[in-house]
Ligand binder design. Structure first.
Ligand SMILES: [Zn+2]
Ligand SMILES: [Zn+2]
Length: 153
């Protein structure tokens, strides 16, 4: 695929994701405040999932961490963002894609994350179900060193 087409597709996808997120907020009866709009735009423009600190930096310190946390919590409840739990207990946030559920490969050095477009959690949930558990969900992330970090040594 030529690079230009890829860039155009990315921009379009970005706009669509912003629009979907905005709809989810207004549909739930909440207001689209300036911080909410801006945080969604920053997440949409980002090439990788972001931490709360990244969001604070990219909003040029306009919002304090508490404001960012509160809004991310609202986004999570509305299914606007997916949360990636890192090995160190911190979280990364990214706008939900086409599918409400996905897994990632995360580089533990540069925190670059790639979506895994398939889910193998069904088997785990079937097992949990056979153990009498109901109301199941799962979170699976894969951590490693990305090719860029590996070559840097
Ligand atoms: Zn890396
Ligand atoms: Zn899954």
């Amino acid at each position: 695929m030529c690079a230009q087409i890829r860039t155009m597709a990315a921009t379009k996808n970005e706009d669509v994701r912003v629009a979907i997120s905005q709809n989810r907020i207004t549909d739930s009866g909440l207001r689209m405040t300036a911080p909410r709009r801006q945080l969604i735009e920053i997440l949409a423009e980002s090439e990788r999932p972001l931490s709360v600190e990244d969001l604070s930096q990219r909003s040029k310190g306009k919002f304090d961490l508490v404001t960012i946390y509160r809004n991310l919590e609202v986004f999570r409840e509305l299914g606007i963002v997916e949360v990636i739990l890192l090995e160190n207990g911190k979280n990364l946030f990214e706008l939900t894609g086409e599918h409400d559920h996905s897994h990632h490969i995360v580089c533990r050095h540069c925190l670059k994350a790639e979506r895994i477009e398939f889910c193998m959690g069904g088997e785990l949930e079937r097992y949990a179900s056979s153990r009498g558990f109901s109301n199941l969900s799962h979170t699976i992330e894969v951590f490693g060193e990305c090719p860029d970090c590996e070559t840097k040594g």
